[in-house]
Design a binder for this molecule. Structure first.
Ligand code: FES
Ligand code: FE2
Length: 399
């Protein structure tokens, strides 16, 4: 199903890098496009719904993917399950979005139907003896759910390829040394950004704006360093170097933790920035991993959950304080959100047009290509390959 956009405008996005254009303004402002995206770019994709560790055994949580309410649960044996968050009786939501409940069983708040952690209907008050009523016909609808390096992903439509194939092998190899699955969240900020979710993703994937927006960042990371990766899955990303004096991304460049144990000497000198489409951005530093999870709430509004994950060894240090990382990125995030919100207003301006991309916006091209190809062909796949050394997040510099 094609997206409700001018096909010629979409085609302009798919021209070869250097001759292509950004998405048309309506892609950021139209409710019809937003509805199309929630269905085809969120519900039909693998959407990140949080960290697996957020949910202990016997807990359940209401989350969302696209327009859909999802009930995420962990049974007593520790297996993560996902169901459509709707009661089989008359359709009440089982757990409110954002709430976590302690639940050996899941009880509908409306008429108290009770479901087991496996989704089976265990009890339906007053139905005893009702002829033809068979509890086994009313189990919750299962949804595919997977954990990957500690993050939980759901595919509401049930039609996406298996998660490892969706993400490809390259990304796994890039993040494995950081062992994200073993890291612990020590700080979190929730933001509401008055901008389309794609503006946040596109902004994340370039540092063309860094000298203009991010004085603090430019003091610890050369804005034109690094290179882009060549994704074999539905993601985009690149890496940047640290300044010689900087141990990590912080206001002073000093780390308040310990380096992640799996990193080589080289790995400790860089930051890896990757984003799975549609909604997880992972920024892997020598001593912490920051994530942004994007939850679109409307064409012009995105809720962002930002988390900072550290090694248990860092948390064990006396007086450990994660703010060296979270404060730095909170400052930087807000600089970015201001720009995204301004672009959102720009997109609503009658004078807005599709614009060209610089050689330093290769990874924006990849994001735009993934989205535009989905708009045109309904296919959610890896971005096009760009020549090596890849033009990317940071430009045409060498590896
Ligand atoms: S709607 Fe859930 S018990 Fe009635
Ligand atoms: Fe930025």
């Amino acid at each position: 199903v094609r997206a409700p956009l001018d096909p010629e405008a979409v085609e302009r996005c798919l021209a070869p890098f250097g001759r292509s254009f950004t998405l048309p303004p309506e892609a950021y402002t139209s409710q019809a496009v937003f509805d199309w995206e929630r269905r085809h770019l969120f519900e039909e994709a693998w959407t990140c719904v949080g960290r697996g560790a957020d949910l202990g055994p016997g807990q359940a949580r209401g989350v969302r993917s696209g327009s859909q309410g999802v009930l995420l649960g962990r049974d007593g044996r520790g297996t993560l399950r996902a169901f459509s968050n709707v009661c089989r009786h008359r359709g009440h939501e089982l757990v409110e979005t954002g709430l976590t409940v302690e639940a050996r069983v899941i009880r509908c708040p409306y008429h108290a139907w009770v479901y087991g952690p496996d989704g089976a209907l265990r009890a339906a008050p007053s139905f005893a003896g009702v002829e033809g009523f068979d509890r086994s016909e009313y189990r919750l609808s299962d949804l595919p759910v997977e954990q990957w390096h500690g993050w939980a992903f759901v595919n509401v439509s049930g039609t996406a390829p298996a998660l490892p194939g969706y993400l490809g092998e390259v990304l796994d190899g890039l993040l494995a040394p950081y062992e994200p699955e073993r890291l612990v969240a020590a700080a979190r900020h929730d933001y509401v950004v008055e901008a389309n979710w794609k503006l946040v993703v596109e902004n994340y994937h370039e540092c063309y704006h860094c000298t203009n927006l991010h004085p603090e960042l430019c003091r610890v990371s050369p804005h034109d360093s690094g290179n882009a990766f060549t994704p074999d899955g539905v993601w985009v990303g690149g890496r940047m170097d640290l300044m010689p004096h900087a141990e990590t991304m912080s206001l002073s460049g000093a780390s308040g933790g310990v380096p992640l144990r799996g990193l080589t000497e080289e790995g400790r000198r860089r930051v890896v920035y990757v984003g799975t489409i549609p909604n997880l951005l992972v920024s892997a530093h020598p001593d912490y991993v920051m994530t942004h999870r994007l939850h679109p709430e409307g064409p012009g509004r995105t809720r962002i959950e930002c988390e900072w994950l550290f090694a248990p060894e860092s948390l064990d240090r006396a007086g450990f304080d994660p703010s060296y990382a979270s404060e730095f990125w909170d400052i930087t995030n807000r600089q970015d959100w201001r720009a995204c919100e301004s672009v959102q207003r720009g997109m609503a301006n009658v004078g807005a047009r599709q614009g060209p991309l610089s050689p330093r916006e290769g990874d924006v091209y990849k994001v735009v290509s993934i989205v535009a190809r989905a708009y045109r062909d309904g296919i959610l796949g890896p971005p096009p390959r760009l020549p090596e050394p890849a033009a990317g997040r940071v430009g045409l510099s060498t590896a």
